[in-house]
Design a protein around this ligand. Structure first.
Ligand code: SF4
Length: 275
């Protein structure tokens, strides 16, 4: 059985018996990716009566339609329970502008591109070494806002990382870790409260950008099957990137695969299956 709003405060600084602050002296900002872990965190913080002053999300513009519907549902729940809305941060120009149009400014990068015969605008597909999307569309926006808040208040920044995920940053608050809630439990917590992500997690292992080049081949196979309209957009984006940047890392979706070749591979597999 879950703890409810009646969490017992065990010290005068407003920390509960698991070290989580309930203090009104702090500004409580929650980061929300919309995935199962941060959604579970927000639902539990609401349910346990923990203070929430702001819920921040960064929209890459490339989320699944089901994710946008989920975020709208969470927002309605948050507003009903706490009278606040989710604050959505967006890059002013978005993913495709950064990928195809952002003018390069640095002299070294201009010189390198001239040498390689690559256009002077656009970042191309994100790569392992230059994961510009996470930086520019998510972490930079969130960090800037959190730093702004921390400059004005004694702020606590809550992040929904599950107890079985290794990645943590010093100085932030990880209640799911404190509560020992795993990724599987986080998903169940959302389901139990009527948040089913429109079935996204029944299809995919992950629910972030549908165009992510770092996802597994199996996920892309499912994208083609379950979201053919997004698959068609991915094909267009990759063709445009290759026409613009050539077959190198900026122009090709993945090191060993263009989306066109993946399309041929998946189509052939489907044909074989139906024989
Ligand atoms: S999910 Fe993939 S494409 Fe989206 S921001 Fe993260 S790394 Fe980039």
């Amino acid at each position: 059985m879950m703890n409810t709003a009646a969490t017992i405060l065990s010290d005068s600084r407003g920390h509960d018996d698991r070290g989580i602050s309930h203090s009104r002296e702090h500004f409580h900002a929650v980061s929300l990716s919309g995935g199962k872990d941060s959604s579970a965190l927000l639902l539990l913080m609401i349910e346990r009566g923990m203070p929430i002053d702001m819920v921040l999300t960064a929209d890459t513009g490339m989320e699944f339609p089901e994710m946008y519907a989920h975020l709208a549902k969470l927002d309605a729940h948050l507003y009903r329970e706490r009278g606040i809305h989710i604050t959505t941060l967006r890059h002013p120009k978005g993913f495709e502008w950064l990928m195809f149009e952002e003018p390069k400014q640095k002299a070294t990068s201009i010189a390198k591109r001239l040498e390689l015969g690559i256009p002077l605008q656009g970042n191309g597909w994100p790569g392992m070494k230059v994961r510009w999307c996470t930086g520019q569309l998510k972490s930079h926006l969130i960090n800037k806002e959190v730093n702004r808040i921390k400059g004005q208040h004694r702020a606590l920044h809550y992040i929904g990382i599950a107890a079985d995920e290794p990645k943590r940053v010093k100085g932030e608050v990880y209640p799911l870790v404190e509560w020992g809630i795993t990724e599987a439990q986080a998903l169940q917590i959302c389901y139990d409260r009527g948040f089913d992500f429109g079935g996204l997690y029944q299809i995919y292992r992950r629910a972030s950008c549908w165009c992510c080049p770092f996802q597994r081949i199996g996920e892309l196979r499912k994208l083609r099957q379950h979201h053919p309209e997004l698959w068609a957009r991915l094909l267009q984006m990759d063709n445009r990137a290759r026409a613009m940047f050539g077959p190198g890392p900026l122009g090709q979706f993945r090191k060993d695969w263009t989306v066109e070749r993946l399309e041929a591979r998946f189509a052939a597999e489907k044909k074989e299956d139906s024989v």
